[in-house]
Design a binder for this molecule. Sequence first.
Ligand code: ATP
Length: 370
Amino acid sequence: MFRSASYRLVSCRGLATNATKNLTIGLIPGDGIGKEVIPAGRQVLENLNPKHGLSFNFIDLQAGFQTFLDTGKALPDETVKVLKEQCQGALFGAVQSPTTKVEGYSSPIVALRKALSLYANVRPVKSVSGTNDRPVDMIIIRENTEDLYIKIEKTYKDPATGTRVAEATKRITEVATRRIATIALDIALQRLKNNGQATLTVTHKSNVLSQSDGLFREICKDVYESNKNKYGGITYNEQIVDSMVYRMFREPECFDVVVAPNLYGDILSDGAAALVGSLGVVPSANVGPEIVIGEPCHGSAPDIAGKGIANPIATIRSTALMLEFLGFNAAAQDIHQAVDANIREGRVKTADLGGDATTQQVTDDILARL
Ligand code: ATP
């Protein structure tokens, strides 16, 4: 089971304080299998046990490559406005990312993270006990707003050779690093309370990038050292990203909470997904001060899109994570338990996990366990 978290780092703007809490949730399926898995997240919310006293309004919202082709904008202003003004949470499916430059197009999820100050991407990677999987239980906290993802790139001709040179800017700021180190340490603190031990691993490449990754490393350490009274019980480690990858595959059980700049966090979490069977089971939450967006770690999977066979578990777990970060931990744990029971039993599973069930059959099996 995903560990009980009670993170509640988000203000839950506009939430009524009466016994029944009504949450407004934006649904942004995006492209490809996003359209097939987001309905699973919605059905799980609609079928939560009434004891949790939660009810939901859903607002369908547009974003993605198809939206760009249809309207000329990958992230319509209306989507951002509704999320900002009306929603406490949202579920984002996936966007198809063209590998070559398409004039006028840029990733809507990257823009959304910026527009809503979703500064942390929290990615738990965990195997389910009672299965044959290796014991993995780590949370990767990926900085979401800077690094190479600020997308300042240029291409020019090298006057010496007359051939093209492409350059990208990597930006690490003290403010963003302090913020991400703090949420990572707060999550480690929660795990310390639950498990009696917790380790934070700071990932970097400061042996080469002594200024940018050097700053990331320095600030993470400073946040830890300057708050020893609060975080002192957490073991603090640092790991160079390439050796981290090697170790993660050889001894995944060594890692607990991992904090990383944007790019390393992205790569590490997709790699870690291989340790738990499939990208189709790994969730994430984009966390900011006012809203949480649950988002499966996988992409739009064009190879299987439209066939109804995508694994909905990453989205269902992302739905639970969204609830956790909004402070509804008991409801989130019910969802995690239902998913774990489905995986442990191993009877109703999609092709990525070796089965032949459809997206809806897996969703129904999980709903029946809620
Ligand atoms: P994109 O360009 O949107 O990133 P992609 O295919 O390059 O798409 P992913 O969508 O992450 O990247 O998929 C990588 C592989 O994992 C694909 O073979 C895909 O079919 C598989 N996959 C991803 N998500 C799921 C899922 N939910 N269920 C089953 N298989 C999945």
